[in-house]
Design a binder for this molecule. Structure first.
Ligand SMILES: [Zn+2]
Ligand SMILES: [Zn+2]
Ligand SMILES: [Zn+2]
Length: 84
């Protein structure tokens, strides 16, 4: 099954993940609708073809020991910490 890989920055202080770019990881299976190897590019009606993508995977390419921009803004605006 194909899935998206989300490259981004992980903020260790607040635990938030900020996505920077998303790319598709192709599973290269002929029975997957999202793969470029899919054998029915037009009007696939096969019951055995996979029609779902797997859950996206987060790929932290940067680690920041700080809070994310959202958290800094929220704190500056006086919102109570811990409320999402
Ligand atoms: Zn796939
Ligand atoms: Zn198909
Ligand atoms: Zn945050």
């Amino acid at each position: 099954m194909c899935h998206n890989i989300i490259d981004g920055r992980y903020h260790t202080t607040c635990g938030h993940f900020i996505s920077m770019s998303t790319r598709l990881q192709d599973c290269l299976r002929p029975n997957c609708l999202f793969s470029r190897r899919h054998i029915h590019p037009i009007g696939c009606k096969s019951q055995s073809c996979i029609r779902l993508m797997a859950l996206p995977v987060r790929n932290p390419i940067r680690i920041s020991p700080t809070r994310c921009g959202d958290c800094i803004t929220r704190e500056r605006d006086g919102t109570i910490l811990g409320v999402q």
